[in-house]
Ligand binder design. Structure first.
Ligand SMILES: N[C@@H](CCC(=O)N[C@@H](CS)C(=O)NCC(=O)O)C(=O)O
Length: 212
């Protein structure tokens, strides 16, 4: 059986794996590690990071690789090379925007340097936030065939884009005005559609992510 390991909080990197498997009724185990105990556990993992996936006692890392594996199992990837390119770009976009906001999160969470965090967050908002979400909207506009999903059918691209938009519009990220998405009406419409896409919203994993 597939085992996924991540920290004891919701985050897109693990959530997209869990949502994909759950969507297609693929059984998996989830193990969470307490964040405070991470320093002593870090060296046990091949790249010193989470999430990882354990298959037959072998440990695999990196969100994009794991996402592709889970999505293939769940029939939420694609066979068509061009559609695969679209899906992969959404996964890479999620990594990019995460790497752009990460320094401001790290400054607050790890360094407890709130002044530095504030400066970094303001720079992110000024230089990256709208630009990177507008890149995603452009990809959607160019690729979507039905105006509903990134390709012609529901895929891990939709789960990933939804999950990252949810993160940025949740109101939990300091100084990020969640109404920024109103400036991107096609992306907002996509997000609202997925927010009401019953095969996803009925899952306990979805409910756990959106409960607060
Ligand atoms: N390249 C990795 C990055 C994963 C990553 O940044 N994980 C973070 C949590 S979201 C982590 O493990 N941080 C702890 C650390 O780096 O010590 C991936 O694609 O999954």
């Amino acid at each position: 059986m597939i085992k996924l390991i991540y920290f004891d909080f919701n985050f897109w990197r693990i959530d997209i794996l869990r949502l994909s498997l759950a969507h297609s009724n693929i059984p998996y185990k989830f193990e969470s590690l307490v964040r405070n105990e991470w320093p002593k556990n870090k060296k046990k993992f091949p790249f010193g990071q989470l999430p990882v996936m354990v298959l037959n006692k072998k440990v695999f890392s990196h969100t994009h690789s794991l996402a592709r594996y889970c999505a293939k199992k769940a029939m939420l990837y694609d066979e068509n090379e061009i559609k695969i390119l679209v899906i992969d770009q959404v996964l890479d976009w999620a990594n990019e925007i995460t790497n752009l906001i990460a320094p401001s999160i790290r400054a607050a969470m790890r360094e407890k340097n709130f002044e530095k965090s504030k400066k970094l967050r303001l720079a992110f908002i000024k230089n990256d936030l709208l630009i990177w979400f507008s890149y995603l909207q452009s990809l959607f506009q160019k690729s979507s065939i039905n105006g509903q999903f990134f390709t012609d059918k529901f895929s891990i691209a939709d789960i990933t884009a939804w999950r990252v938009i949810y993160w940025f519009t949740s109101g939990h990220l300091d100084m990020i005005d969640k109404t920024f998405i109103d400036k991107l009406p096609d992306l907002k419409k996509f997000y609202e559609n997925i927010n009401n896409y019953q095969p996803l919203t009925k899952l306990p994993e979805f409910k756990a992510i959106t409960k607060n």
